[in-house]
Write a protein that binds this ligand. Structure first.
Ligand SMILES: [Zn+2]
Length: 182
């Protein structure tokens, strides 16, 4: 939800609204995948369940990777972003997609996942292969970080993010219509 909200937010706040339904749809898909991609290193990651045979592949992959590993580091973020940039620029131009905007949206949604994980008690191995888990705020103030799946996430963070997404859609509805309806 955080990835979708920030990806869509970037599109709506940074661009003039004009008819570009393909880019709009791609933004939704890219910010969805970009915000789930870091959890590819766990078999419970939602991204695996959204792919055919993903559950079994995820189970095998998790034998090699622990949760919050390479994909939760600056190294992994850099490598994956570079690969995504190459993929986006390999798209035929007649698709009418703005590769650079989509790439920025990918970076924002992927980055927002890492940031969100950093405010949890577990932290992320940002400097992988150096294994230290890093979070916000840093130790010794880590006591105020969020415990994943507990009340603060469910009752405070989740509603706030949902309200932000709904607020964004309602307040920018005119622009959204211009982008998707001719
Ligand atoms: Zn994660």
């Amino acid at each position: 939800m955080i990835g979708m909200t920030s990806g869509l937010g970037y599109l709506l706040l940074s661009q003039d609204a004009f008819y570009q339904p393909a880019t709009f749809a791609s933004v939704i898909v890219i910010s969805y995948l970009g915000s789930l991609l870091p959890d590819i290193d766990t078999s419970t990651g939602d991204i695996w369940h959204s792919l055919p045979f993903g559950h079994s592949v995820g189970k095998v992959a998790s034998n090699f990777l622990e949760h919050r590993n390479l994909t939760h580091s600056l190294l992994g973020f850099g490598l994956i972003s570079w690969g995504v940039l190459a993929l986006l620029h390999a798209m035929p131009t007649y698709w009418g997609l703005d590769a650079n905007t989509l790439w920025i949206i990918f970076i924002i949604s992927y980055g927002s996942h890492l940031l969100a994980d950093m405010i949890t008690v577990e932290g992320v191995p940002l400097l992988f292969p150096y294994g230290r888990m890093i979070g916000i705020p840093p130790k010794p103030f880590h006591g105020i970080r969020i415990v994943t799946g507990k009340w603060f996430e469910n009752l405070v963070i989740f509603p706030i993010v949902n309200l932000a997404l709904i607020g964004l859609i309602v307040s920018k509805w005119a622009e959204i219509k211009m982008m998707i309806i001719k």
